[in-house]
Design a binder for this molecule. Structure first.
Ligand code: PEP
Ligand code: MN
Length: 346
């Protein structure tokens, strides 16, 4: 970090900056220039709070040289993380893992029907929310614990692994009993008690990007989970809020290669929430695989027009089969392949 002083900064101003740097456990190196002085912070491992300098007398600017995260960064951990799933299988290696299913678990019949359909099409993980974060308190809030039991039933019947959302720190253990991957949704990306709770399990965590979060903020949220002791984090791009109402969100396909450079963690894409319109989900899924996503999270419903949540972006099973076919071709073209259910030991 470099603290740049104003042109007229006094020796006392500079001394105050030096003293604060030392108080924070680092050493300071004063760099006098023709126009102004800068003070370099030496020994900063990225944890220093630069905002403490901004309002000091004589300070013009604070320039960050070190990134504010460490455990998630590729700079510190160059080898890619491969998150191992229960019963074999992994996310972050050559195989692209497809997770598919309804937005919400609605009934036994619905979840079992869709579980069989996505498995036949080639998905290896079943998605479905039992606890639903809805924008309106009057919308369907999910079945809660009975929904988890239905997911367990679907797992038993199909051998598919389960990804499902947790919303409260107190529910992490209950969700972990059923989930092979615990989802933290976009709305909870900065729910720090929840991130810490997720960090205390060893289960894989699928952390979705908040809909107005920068990539740096996503990585800092992941850092919370790693800092707490859980290295099994899968990042998920799911679209950010844009200015154009033509689509539900702005699917940031560029986040995939950016995150790949900045972090060693696997990055998956959710084209369903990313674009929000059924007819366009396949194109975004193709783009995500082409951009190097390690997996896809896709909403599929046996009867999307009657879905209790996110029906407009949920694919019919036949559309999902097409998507799988297209994505297999694209994965192959870039030297990868889609993980197949045959690799699931059920
Ligand atoms: C979901 O996966 O259904 C969901 C609520 O996603 P997000 O948190 O990305 O909105
Ligand atoms: Mn949804």
């Amino acid at each position: 970090m470099l603290v740049v002083m104003r042109h007229g900064a006094t020796a006392e101003d500079i001394q105050l900056v030096v003293a604060l740097i030392q108080e924070m456990g680092c050493s300071a190196k004063t760099l006098p220039g023709g126009q102004r002085t800068a003070v370099a912070v030496v020994g900063n491992d990225g944890r220093l709070d630069g905002t403490r300098f901004a309002a000091l007398s004589g300070v013009q600017d604070v320039i960050h040289v070190t990134r504010p995260y460490r455990e998630v960064s590729r700079e510190w951990h160059p080898d890619p993380t491969v998150v191992q799933l229960s019963d074999g299988g992994a996310i972050g290696d050559r195989e692209v893992v497809v997770m598919a299913g309804p937005c919400s678990v609605e009934s036994e019949r619905q979840i079992l029907t869709v579980a069989h359909a996505v498995r036949e099409a080639g998905a290896t993980v079943l998605r479905g929310g039992a606890f639903k974060p809805r924008s309106s308190p009057y919308s369907f809030q999910g079945l809660g614990k009975p929904g988890l039991a239905l997911l367990a039933r679907a797992r038993q019947e199909t051998g598919l692994r389960i990804v499902t959302e947790v919303m409260e720190p107190g529910e992490v253990d209950a969700v972990a009993e059923v989930a092979d991957i615990i989802q933290i949704g976009a709305r909870n990306m900065q729910n720090y008690p929840l991130l810490k709770g997720a960090g205390r399990t060893k289960k894989p965590i699928l952390l979705k990007r908040g809909n107005a979060a920068t990539i740096e903020e996503l990585l800092l949220s992941a850092e919370y989970i790693l800092a707490e002791g859980n290295p099994n984090v899968i990042l998920c791009e799911r679209g950010i809020r844009g200015f154009d109402s033509a689509t539900r969100n702005l699917f940031d396909v560029s986040a995939i290669p950016v995150i790949r450079e900045l972090s060693h963690l696997p990055i998956v894409a959710d084209p369903s929430h990313g674009i929000g319109r059924r007819s366009m989900v396949q194109s975004m899924a193709r783009a995500a695989v082409a951009a190097g996503a390690d997996g896809l999270l896709v909403e599929v419903h046996p009867n999307p027009d009657h879905a209790l949540s996110d029906g407009a972006q949920s694919l019919h099973p036949a559309q999902f089969r097409d998507l799988m076919h297209q994505c297999r071709l694209i994965a192959e073209a870039i030297g990868r392949r889609i993980a197949e259910p045959a690799t699931v030991r059920s």
